[in-house]
Design a protein around this ligand. Structure first.
Ligand SMILES: Cc1ncc(COP(=O)(O)O)c(C=O)c1O
Length: 395
């Protein structure tokens, strides 16, 4: 591999995952890597479906829709917040399945069962590691189990980089034609346009200024700048309407250099987040339901818990936010932050028979993990108080 900025980044990710640098490709945002992969699939299997989950971000499903494929939504497990292999049934119209490591919880066994079900029917196994850049589900022999693995350097992910995504393509993929089509499309990506590169450089400043504007003004200015391609928000309005904001683009050298710097510190970020995650488990274990995947020492991008049945999760989140705690509701509503026309996403809220997903979505709250242990302790205490007071305000 050439000594380029993306080449250096590929070596870093390859070292972390025991893969080959030549199998890594870089994109402006992960969603564009997904678009290339699903477009490659659509060129061979037009009208096919892609099995994914509702507990996700709209930007993870947009690439399926834009590629012309049909998203279908499998039930998740409350322990992994990822597709439940026991509830999964794949059929002849499915061309791919997406195993999402929600919050960074990787369950090799469950992922392996989903992958086995898919691979026995020649269905492409995609892994969504957006929340756990540089980590992958592994087989027992220590090799990655996915055919294609997506990683994000985007907003609110493991690193403070805001932009960029990586795609690993398994060199041992069974379908050689599809492998070559995917690799061809990823390798052909051009660097982002000058306007988009400027939007990347000025993102933080623009966001700071937009956040300080009175909201009636910012409500007008923000979409205007976005439509003109001058501002690149984490989720553009069109990305909740079954579209993507830009044409697929690769990663600029400048982006790759900045990301590389941060990847150097990924291990220490992971250690700190794993410690904070463990502290939340100890503090909240008795008061809230914790997905088993959150209790196993993994470095989570945010810490998820389910409030007790009957407690209003939105109210708990509001109370925490009012104390300056960045608690969140990934992913309530589903296809976060909610889509204009669910039918565009092949989703019928009245028809989706996914009771576990519905229950998780109704009760989930998440807490920041990129904080000190001392701050995590304060946040956990505030969460316990919020749960308690929401419980008693109900009775
Ligand atoms: C689960 C998941 N997959 C994929 C994406 C898309 O990543 P990116 O923002 O790098 O395009 C996101 C973004 O939030 C996500 O949460």
């Amino acid at each position: 591999m050439k000594r380029t900025a993306t080449g250096a980044l590929a070596r870093q990710l390859a070292d972390r995952t025991g893969t080959n640098p030549g199998d890594w490709y870089f994109v402006f945002r992960t969603r564009y890597g997904m678009l290339q992969v699903f477009s490659a699939l659509a060129s061979q299997r037009p009208d096919a479906s892609v099995v994914t989950q509702l507990l996700t971000c709209a930007t993870a499903v947009d690439p399926i829709v834009v590629a012309g494929l049909k998203p279908v939504y499998a039930e998740i497990s409350a322990e992994t917040l990822s597709i439940d292999p026991a509830a999964l049934s794949v059929n002849a119209s499915d061309a791919a399945v997406v195993i999402q490591h929600t919050f960074g919880m990787i369950d090799d066994d469950a992922a392996g069962r989903v992958a086995a079900a898919a691979q026995s029917r020649s269905i492409l196994v995609c892994e969504d590691s957006a929340h756990c850049v540089g980590r992958m589900a592994m087989r027992k022999d220590g090799t990655p189990l996915a055919d294609v693995s997506f990683h994000s350097f985007g907003v609110e992910k493991m690193l403070p980089t805001k932009f960029g995504g990586a795609v690993w393509v398994n060199p041992a993929m069974a379908d050689r034609g599809l492998h070559d089509e995917i690799v061809g499309r990823l390798a052909a990506l051009r660097a982002p346009s000058a306007r988009l590169r400027a939007a990347v450089r000025t993102y933080r400043v623009q966001r700071g200024l937009l956040n300080r504007l009175p909201s009636p003004v910012s409500r007008v200015v923000r979409p205007m700048l976005t439509t003109m391609g001058l501002f690149a928000p984490a989720i553009a309005p069109i990305e909740t309407a079954g579209g993507l904001a830009h044409r697929a683009a690769g990663m600029s050298s400048r982006m790759a250099r900045e990301i590389s710097e941060h990847v150097r510190r990924l291990a220490s970020t992971e250690e700190q987040r794993a410690r904070v995650t463990a502290a939340y488990v100890t503090a909240l274990g008795g008061a809230a339901e914790l997905p088993a995947g959150a209790t196993q020492g993994q470095p989570l991008v945010r810490f998820p818990f389910l409030v007790p049945v009957g407690v209003d999760a939105d109210e708990v989140t509001r109370r925490l936010n009012s104390q300056g705690i960045v608690a969140g509701s990934w992913y309530r509503p589903v296809l976060f932050p909610g889509v204009g026309e669910p039918a565009v996403y092949g989703y019928d809220p009245d028809d989706a028979a996914v009771p576990v997903t519905d229950d998780v979505v109704a009760r989930i709250v998440n807490l920041p993990t990129g904080v000190s242990l001392e701050r995590a302790d304060q946040i956990a205490k505030a969460a316990l108080t919020a749960i308690d007071s929401c419980r008693s305000s109900r009775t």
